[in-house]
Design a protein around this ligand. Structure first.
Ligand code: SF4
Length: 327
């Protein structure tokens, strides 16, 4: 931290990283945490997210997304380090090209929050840094592959990059004639809404590329007043807002929660886009539900909600040319 850091950077630096501090704050017993799970994938939660967790409730649906528990140490053999085949699709260290007309940059390995269900929790980020050399090669790849018209900024969380870095990447992208759109996959508007500054919104508004932000929100309790304001700021900057959720056992696998999630997303100016079944990453088996249950929930959602509030139910299968629609 230096004196010129923004509010969001300050908030980020004050995140909970010690399990005891978080549990103390939430008035919960310290035996809920597994030290081994925390060592494997350390706890990290901004205060703005922790404030949405109900104190004294060990089964709070937001807490369950972030708490390292002993369940992560039980690993059935079909739960893998790289469940979606990222490594096979990796070109030039930080660029993943799986689908015909879009490619993805691993912009950073950092996140504001460490989600226990993350499909990239075991990703070798240290080998995929967006160094100057990797960046040059990635842009070269984009120049040469003229059928790519959309670039996805992913990670980690791309909105952890500084405004200057984002601007630099957008400027370089805008110079490639066949790139029309840039998509950010990010959890920051949801977990650290102070990141959505006026400066960032302007920067995104001023690029000639069409900008899409895909937020990652799994539960209506994540959508606080501050999140709502951050999303409306993005919306006013002509940014298309979509959301993807993961179906998570004991967190959102019920019709009431999913209905409220879609309704509340819409009131924040976000359209529900994807409802993913869990990618089978090592350490995440306890969040998984059967496909049959996922399809049933989706059918119920269709009966309840207007079509535009029903996200597509999908799963990702390594090597496939697109995500697989389950229903
Ligand atoms: S990449 Fe996304 S899902 Fe994974 S830990 Fe970071 S914010 Fe959470």
């Amino acid at each position: 931290m230096n004196s010129t850091s923004s509010l969001w950077q300050k908030e980020l630096s004050q995140s909970f990283t010690k399990p005891a501090d978080l549990l103390n704050f939430l008035e919960l017993n310290s035996n809920l945490i597994s030290t081994a799970a925390d060592k494997d994938f350390p706890l990290r939660i901004p205060l703005s997210y922790a404030n949405n967790i109900e104190k004294g409730n060990p089964t709070d649906p937001l807490l369950l997304q972030v708490l390292p528990t002993a369940k992560e140490l039980i690993n059935p053999k079909n739960y893998l380090d790289d469940p979606v085949g990222d490594l096979n699709a990796l070109k030039d260290n930080c660029l993943i090209h799986k689908y015909h007309d879009r490619a993805l940059f691993i912009t950073t390995g950092g996140c504001a929050i460490n989600c226990r269900f993350c499909f990239r929790r075991n990703f070798p980020y240290s080998d995929a840094q967006l160094t100057r050399q990797n960046e040059e090669r990635a842009f070269q790849y984009l120049q040469e592959n003229q059928h790519i018209n959309e670039l996805i900024f992913s990670g980690g969380d791309p909105l952890l990059l500084t405004d200057q870095r984002i601007q630099h990447l957008l400027q370089n992208l805008a110079e490639i004639p066949h790139i029309k759109r840039v998509r950010f996959h990010t959890r920051l508007p949801i977990v650290l809404p102070s990141r959505i500054t006026t400066e960032l919104s302007k920067l995104l508004q001023n690029t000639p590329l069409a900008v899409i932000i895909v937020t990652h929100c799994n539960h209506p309790n994540e959508l606080s007043v501050d999140v709502n304001q951050a999303c409306l700021k993005l919306k006013q900057s002509n940014i298309t807002l979509l959301n993807q959720s993961v179906l998570l056992k004991n967190i959102n696998n019920n019709i009431e929660t999913l209905t409220q999630l879609s309704e509340k997303l819409f009131s924040c100016g976000i359209l529900p886009y994807y409802l993913h079944t869990l990618d089978k990453a090592k350490g995440t088996a306890h969040f998984d539900i059967q496909s049959k249950e996922a399809i049933h929930l989706h059918q119920l959602l269709q009966k309840r909600l207007s079509g535009y509030l029903v996200p597509k139910l999908v799963k990702e299968e390594p090597g496939k040319a697109s995500k697989t629609l389950l229903f």
